[in-house]
Design a protein around this ligand. Sequence first.
Ligand code: URP
Ligand code: ZN
Ligand code: ZN
Length: 591
Amino acid sequence: MSTPVKKVPLHLQSAQNRLLIKHGKIVNVDSVVDGDVYIEDGVIKQVGSNLIIPGGTRIIDARGKYVIPGGIDPHTHLEIEFMGAKSVDDFYRGTKAAIAGGTTMIIDFALPKKGQSLLETYQKYRESADEKVCCDYGLHVGVTWWSDKVREEMEILCKHHGVNSFKTFMAYKDVFMLGDSELFEVFERCKELGAVALVHAENGSIIAKKAQQLLAAGITGPEGHQLSRPEPVEAEAVGRACVIANQVNCPLYVVHVMSKPAADVLVQARNVSSASGQSPVFGETLVAALASDGKQYRHTCWYHAAAHVVSPPLSPDADTKNHLLRLLAEDGLQLVGSDNCTFSLDQKAMGKDDFTKIPNGVNGVEDRMSVVWEKGVHSGVMDVKRFVAVTSTNAAKIFNIYPRKGCIAVGSDADIVVWDPVKTRVISAKTHNQAVDFNIFEGMECHGVPEYVIVNGRVCVDEGDLKAVQGFGKFVPTPVYSEYVYEKVKHAEEDATLNSVSVPAVVTKMNELKLDIAVENGGILLEPKLADEAPVSPAAEASLTSCPSSKGQRNLQDSTFSISEELDDTARKSCIRVKNPPGGQSSGGFW
Ligand code: URP
Ligand code: ZN
Ligand code: ZN
């Protein structure tokens, strides 16, 4: 006979369930407000002043501190098998370290090898991650080869498994790399499904040739990694990816933009696409690129140099970090990821005599928030609202989990950091929480320390003490047709079909989604929902009544949706907006 579970009356439940963060500066992308945040059962229940709260609530004093959305790292590789090695930070150590640094959600990559099933790879990652993660996580899926099966599996992943983003590679020839026509197919498919195409932009064919030449010339050390990947090779691929995505009107997210020329090409593509109403382009840079540079590849210690091997490489130009930071501050770039992909020095030593065999990847999941604060906010390049945008909110919006994540508002998940802007810490591999035995930010002093990190309502960093819990996190489905992304695609399609009375495919798809949901919810429009799995979280539902209304967010006031009105409006726009006359338009000449 099983032991009966004793129900604890609500008023006697642990104060862990109820938390009040008092007197902090509450930061969202568009506001900094003095106030209190009340949390119950993992969800933000009240935000404001003079809140009425139940007894037995734990109180955290946030006077003099910022209360910010927990970081979302859009780019990690925990437990990846890559270049003959498995990354040492697994889903437990990696997410524990993330929390220690103020990140409360990661988005990792399920990357199949060529010929492998996307679905099976995804399931393998889910099985491993679900039981280990200390914080919530999502998954991008890699498309590393092309076939009808891949096409079908992309749809299944989107419809039933909470995936809305696919990573393609223009580098890693013969391993992950796709050719232009395959990229075209994948981007077209992403667009059909309402997904976001992610791209690793480097010209893999040129890199392979240059690597051969360098090895033949006797250059075998880590500096060869950088020499085989000159900056124009990254910039060329960024431009090509933008052109291909534009041809199929697919939203594109360029991961790990590492050099000035690549960033400039991306900014130009963004400007042209937004000025001419074309599908959007987003750019992510890495925390490594903001705090380190390519002179590390010439360090006298081989291990030190090899520990910095990442692709695209750190730039040889010492000014690149400032350039990327400025672009981040000005919205030329939108996000900072870590690309945390950690290999031990023993594993790096696989490339002792041949730089092409050094497993590529660096740390960053733990230190991303502090380093961006130090380089961005403490140095005066960006304000605290922009810090929140580039470390959490933009990822939440692009991957369609906003306002559940990336926001401090009633109904959002209680993923919150109480950030002390004055306190300092010095980064070191000796004290970090990651499994890896090297830290590329070693010795860096950072102002800005997470004093409390609250993960789904649970205090996992408590006055600086880490109390992460294995398996406490869960998979967060990312629904397709992010409004933040696809609103722009919709306009591009409307423009492209100006001479037709037919409704653009994206508009029809977005409306179908809205109609399904409106019917399911008795006519009240909620966030998009996936067919089977991936329900809208209660948090997101609750937030509808109280979140600030902004793009990508809805509340009940603006929820009365009429399909006929929307279609009428589309048809009307199709008739009167003549932005793209037959024969083309002039739009700055990027495409
Ligand atoms: O060097 C890197 N970036 N390693 C991880 C794999 C990737 O390309 O993102
Ligand atoms: Zn990559
Ligand atoms: Zn990566």
